[in-house]
Design a protein around this ligand. Sequence first.
Ligand SMILES: C[S@@+](CC[C@H](N)C(=O)[O-])C[C@H]1O[C@@H](n2cnc3c(N)ncnc32)[C@H](O)[C@@H]1O
Ligand SMILES: [Zn+2]
Length: 269
Amino acid sequence: MTVRGLICPVCGEALSETETGLVCPRRHGFDRARQGYVNLLRGGRPGGGDSREMARARRAFLEKGYYAPLVEAVGDQLALCLSPGATVLDVCCGEGWYTAELSRRFPEASFCGFDLSKEMVRLAAARRCGAFFFTANVSAVPMASGSADAAVHLFAPFHGAELSRLLAPGGTLISVLPGRDHLMGLKQVLYDRPVPNDEAEPDPGALTVVRRVRVRTDAVIRGREDVGALLAMTPYAWRTPRAGKERLALRDELSTPLDFVLLVMKKEN
Ligand SMILES: C[S@@+](CC[C@H](N)C(=O)[O-])C[C@H]1O[C@@H](n2cnc3c(N)ncnc32)[C@H](O)[C@@H]1O
Ligand SMILES: [Zn+2]
């Protein structure tokens, strides 16, 4: 399965599907991995992005459904702008939980997702959720200009110029960033003086922010496994002093606010 608009990362010509992967008219070929994804990182070998441990932790935590209110809210915003047959891009898709949930909710749309991390994309593709996954860098995505009717972007590096290029005129980008209180319950265990998030918004560049939506719930993370997976999928896993991690390791339950800000942006016609 391929996606409308995929272009060769070497020469920029359109890619078409072969038995074994994708190829451009100049014969630059890209093999499909066993899990079904294609590596479209320029220069061949993928590298960078989140590690295998982070990918597995993200998978383990998200699968438990703690972030269901967030994916529902993102879906509600998509529902306002999607027409049947639309192409929706999950930018820096991670291990694909949001891509899979959203493609289930919008079966008539065509979903694709990419991430810099091969570990993430491999897990995402193995979901076999009907979406197409590829490795790519958000600063240079191998898709033709205007080929995405909508895009979602959660907790990831933002590249305004590139995201605006990818969107069709009138297209919508839904970007999610951590709200002030997000995971404060976790930070209170890890740190002596936890600091709220600053909610700094990315520079939207040529896009226009048309709406801000806050999703805030209080969650109870149950079991050491889930508490550990939550820590391991956040940057606090490598930023926290040992004493904080030891305090957390004793917890088999954690109450914390989940606080998200959705920025809905439009590309003007
Ligand atoms: C915090 S995770 C969020 C993943 C997913 N959106 C989610 O919410 O589950 C950030 C993701 O951005 C990816 N990433 C980091 N730098 C990137 C880049 N330059 N281009 C594409 N993806 C990148 C990482 O590999 C990681 O999967
Ligand atoms: Zn080519």
